[in-house]
Design a protein around this ligand. Structure first.
Ligand SMILES: C[S@@+](CC[C@H](N)C(=O)[O-])C[C@H]1O[C@@H](n2cnc3c(N)ncnc32)[C@H](O)[C@@H]1O
Length: 317
């Protein structure tokens, strides 16, 4: 009977049927196995997952954002145990849910090498329309302006040459740099962020791509690579440095910001973003044979009652 119901797509009655069967005959292995298969397939159906998560989180939105919102709410209330519980539940229901795994790692003090692309893309596709309002106006985010000041002070005016904005987002750095560039290109994972950047009319070319994919395959012939508030999602930077050093056709510079940490290395914070230390960047430069020509700390953006400490770097390749 359970099998017939499963074939008809009547999963709930089928589950009831299998449960009843194993109650009556606790060693009925076939019924257990069928029950497992149906439960698994039920939770792999997006709508089923959605309903389950809605119940689990008591939230009326899509599952991925429900998890992230719930985790953020709980975390903002410093209820990390409850956040961990929600995320573990989500990972149990759908083990492939990369977003939840990443956020769970952040709460558990683990540092995977980078944030999952699907998580970053989804986050910024959703965030794009309100990005500038919330980051620049509400959180006083200023890294593109600060970094533009640093690199233009190093050069005679209009002499930045050809520039690639890695993780260009809505184009805040592009607006600051356009007048100093002979060519300005941008790449970003998020289509919605790219569309915002396109509307600013400052980039000669915009491409939807992951940074490492692009650096590994595209022709690289740039004077400056810019990355403001992007490495907080990239984490491990060895490949970024290595690809620029080995594949860029001319000598160039990488100007970037970090969330700064005084700990060794790089670290996945409970915010789900990475911080990087000066000693980590110094170590990379030694390994890849490049040189830090600028480092200062800055107020990156508001968080809770104060400002997050950021690092502003220029590395010469
Ligand atoms: C916080 S926003 C910063 C945007 C912009 N650089 C600025 O300063 O306003 C981070 C951006 O990096 C992009 N991003 C993060 N990881 C990326 C990756 N691996 N490849 C391409 N873009 C990425 C995101 O999609 C997002 O648009």
């Amino acid at each position: 009977m359970g099998n017939v119901l499963t074939e008809m797509g009547e999963l709930d009655p089928a589950i009831k049927c299998y449960r009843r069967a194993v109650e009556i005959k606790p060693d009925y292995a076939e019924a257990y196995s069928s029950l497992g298969i149906v439960l698994k397939s039920k939770f792999e159906l997006d709508t089923a997952l959605y309903e389950h998560l809605k119940k689990a989180f008591k939230i009326q939105s899509d599952p991925v954002n429900a998890i992230i919102d719930e985790k953020n709410n709980l975390q903002n209330n410093r209820d990390l145990e409850a956040a961990r519980d929600s995320l573990e539940k989500a990972v149990r229901i759908k083990p492939t849910l990369a977003e939840a795994r990443h956020l769970l790692a952040s709460i558990n003090g683990k540092t995977p090498k980078s944030a999952p692309k699907a998580y970053v893309k989804e986050l910024f596709d959703e965030y794009a329309p309100k990005f500038e309002q919330s980051l620049v106006r509400a959180l006083e985010y200023n890294a593109p302006k600060e970094l533009a000041k640093i690199i233009t002070a190093k050069q005679p005016i209009e002499a930045l040459g050809s520039v690639l904005d890695l993780g260009c987002g809505t184009g805040l750095a592009g607006v600051e740099l356009k007048q100093f560039c002979s060519n300005l290109e941008g790449i970003d994972l998020s289509n919605a962020m790219i569309e915002q950047a396109r509307s600013k009319n400052v980039y000669d070319r915009l491409t939807q791509s992951d940074i490492l994919d692009y650096l590994s395959t595209a022709e690289l012939d740039f004077d400056y690579f810019i990355a403001t508030d992007v490495f907080i999602y990239v984490g491990e930077l060895t490949n970024v440095f290595h690809l620029i050093k080995s594949r860029n056709k001319r000598k160039g510079h990488l100007a970037f910001s970090t969330e700064h940490t005084e700990r060794e290395s790089f670290f996945l914070e409970t915010s789900g973003r990475y911080s990087h230390s000066l000693s980590y960047i110094e170590g990379l430069c030694k390994k890849i044979d490049c040189r830090i020509s600028h480092f200062t700390k800055t107020d990156l953006r508001k968080e809770k009652d104060g400002f997050l400490v950021g690092g502003l770097y220029v590395v010469d390749f």
